[in-house]
Design a protein around this ligand. Structure first.
Ligand SMILES: Nc1ncnc2c1ncn2[C@@H]1O[C@H](COP(=O)(O)OP(=O)(O)OP(=O)(O)O)[C@@H](O)[C@H]1O
Length: 246
């Protein structure tokens, strides 16, 4: 056992996330899919990490487990002091509500509510939220608060979804293909919004993408292959979103 696992709580001191030999096996009838084959990593507060790799290599599986949407099969995953791998459904739900914001490829906004009201849906049930207009200002949409989703572009809708995800001030923002449905100009604006939130709130941010160009805005890049992190790169200099092209 590594030393970190034998101390009280078994955690590392600096990690927001600490994973040790994390695996996930999906069983459907006779078929077994080994989606994660032993991941060990640490992510520190405020980091921006981009996850790249072919379809089926395990990126979403990892993000879902880190977000408390799914359970690992074996290994350990700590969020600070909290061992996510020992939590039951109720514990995972509490963890998710308190600490995690999600952004997905499709924005899942309520069409009959304005941008403001979509964000307010979350702030009304959170402990220490920012105001919906503050959250929308953080993603540059203060002038569009009263617009309905159908009156906004795809990128603007995604920025509303980001405002909704960060309005409860989560420590972690998990993004699964946030620019997947967008053209490059709009996608860059969405990445800019994510980096702006990271800079202003210090939110630890993970971004899954098929767009290799986005790796340049990350502190670190995890390359996935066949359920493993096959390579990890640390960028000495993070590129600004405005400098991206794809
Ligand atoms: N609920 C599930 N039941 C069974 N198998 C699953 C389930 N979810 C994912 N898998 C399998 O686990 C493997 C990893 O899938 P995952 O979605 O994590 O990959 P990914 O890298 O995110 O792919 P993509 O880039 O296409 O989203 C794949 O073989 C997938 O078919």
């Amino acid at each position: 056992m590594p030393q970190a696992d034998t101390r009280a709580g078994g955690r590392m001191d600096t990690g927001v996330f600490t994973a040790r030999d994390l695996t996930k096996v999906y069983r459907t009838g006779e078929v077994e899919v080994r989606a994660l084959r032993g991941l060990t990593f640490e992510i520190t507060a405020g980091e921006v990490v981009v996850l790249l790799g072919p379809s089926g290599s395990g990126k979403s599986t990892l993000l879902n487990i880190m977000g408390g949407l799914d359970q690992a099969t074996s290994g350990r995953l700590f969020f600070k002091d909290l061992d996510l791998t020992t939590l039951d459904d109720r514990g995972l739900t509490a963890y998710r509500r308190r600490h995690v914001g999600f952004v997905f490829q499709f924005y899942n906004l309520v069409p009959s509510l304005t941008a403001y009201e979509n964000v307010a849906l979350v702030t009304e049930i959170s402990e220490n939220p920012m105001r919906p207009d503050e959250a929308l200002a953080l993603v540059g949409l203060e002038a569009r608060m009263d617009h309905f989703p159908a009156q906004l572009s795809g990128g603007e809708q995604q920025r509303v979804a980001i405002a909704r995800a960060i309005a409860k001030r989560p420590e972690v923002l998990l993004c699964d293909e946030p620019t997947g449905a967008l053209d490059s100009k709009t996608g860059i604006r969405v990445i800019e919004a994510l980096l702006g939130v990271n800079a202003q709130l210090g939110t630890t941010t993970l971004i899954i993408t098929h767009n290799a160009g986005i790796q340049e805005v990350a502190d670190r890049v995890f390359f996935f292959a066949d359920g493993r992190i096959s390579q990890e790169i640390r960028n000495e200099m993070r590129r600004a979103a405005a400098e991206l092209t794809w």
